[in-house]
Design a protein around this ligand. Sequence first.
Ligand code: COA
Length: 419
Amino acid sequence: MSARVSGIDAMAFHGTQYYLEMADLAAARGVDPDKYILGLGQRQMAVATPCEDTVTMATVAAHRALERFDIDPGEIGTLIVGTETGVDHSKPVAVYVHDMLGLAPNCRTFETKHACYGAMAGLTSAMDWISAGRARGRKALIVASDIARYGLNTAGEPTQGAGAVAMVVSEKPRLLELDPTSFGDYTRQVMDFWRPLYSKYAFADGHYSIDCYLDAFSGAWRDACENAGSWDPLRLDRLAACFYHVPFTKMARKAHHRHCETEWGKKVEREDTEQVAAIRESYDQQVAPWLELNSVVGNIYTGSLFLALMDYLRKAQPAGGERVSVFSYGSGCGAAFGTGVVTPEAAGLAERLDPATHLEQRRKLDMDRYEELIRLSETADHNEAPYPDPADWQLDRGLYFVGTRDHVRQYAGSAADTP
Ligand SMILES: CC(C)(COP(=O)(O)OP(=O)(O)OC[C@H]1O[C@@H](n2cnc3c(N)ncnc32)[C@H](O)[C@@H]1OP(=O)(O)O)[C@@H](O)C(=O)NCCC(=O)NCCS
């Protein structure tokens, strides 16, 4: 570990108030429900109303992280929002969040965009900021906030979702100490997923995007080994858990397979029964138990990797000292692999970051309401559109987007009141 370490001190999740059952989506699309539930590994999908956007979800998640971990907004010296779903070509989501949280004027604030990699870029920037000695005891707030939109009747429709994960990074982390010597990067120009400025919906070459993701894993892992000086500290048998970017939970299974292959320097085919069994055993222990939140929230792009980490931290009751890996993939593409060590305090803080209560309060959509909602969201932020009213969606308390007036986005309510 380097002299000036840093890591994750606090975390919180905020999702949408509504969700769709994947079985209902499958029935409506004439697809065997097992394709979505077993084939993709998704049970439910969070769906945003027109009143919930990247700003409201980011702000509520960030407010929750500060409040639950007793962090004063004045302690935050850097705020980075990683998002694919920015609300303006110019103005960053982060500056709205800065205002709504009441952060200090000398807090360095910006937005990062690189498909699903934006929050990891923010996290590593925060590590560098602390390591360079610029934090002066202050903390960084990194928020991943996204609404994954592929549109109705598309191949990507079952891999949608929405939500935000906020993380506070500090020199004395209470949850996970990040090991900067174990991080590696990968970049390559590929057209696997993109969203032109004129489109609310992503375009994806879905199967190609899976191949790009897996190649990026191998590239980032090899770079991490080079930076670490050897692959020994990154060895799978030294990792208590492995967290991957999770657009759908089956992707984590594919990523883990590639993780094993890359470490072993060997492609594993179906007929290699011994190795297949070893991968399965390792997946069942190190990956599968921590995909529960992802399976009921769906794809939250930049935050999905960190949602898996939250699932581990709320359930695993680690003793402290466990090394875990994180892999982020952003289409286009950019990726990073790294590791961190769980702190001895983490288990005692599990309840503070558990989003179960919030998820249990969500309301189920039927297909008509879901389709209406997706269509409304296409134009809800247009200047001439009717203003979205939280009451139409029985959203009585909380922070909500209420339309664009004179080309300026309007918000009502407060993050502190959001259930
Ligand atoms: C992920 C995506 C490519 C799947 O597309 P698709 O062509 O509709 O689905 P597939 O035919 O590949 O089926 C998906 C899985 O379900 C399985 N499946 C299909 N029918 C099934 C059934 N009835 N029962 C169980 N499993 C089933 C398939 O075998 C496949 O699993 P595998 O990949 O392990 O072989 C598509 O949803 C997409 O484009 N998503 C957006 C892009 C994305 O998420 N990319 C990820 C990397 S960033």
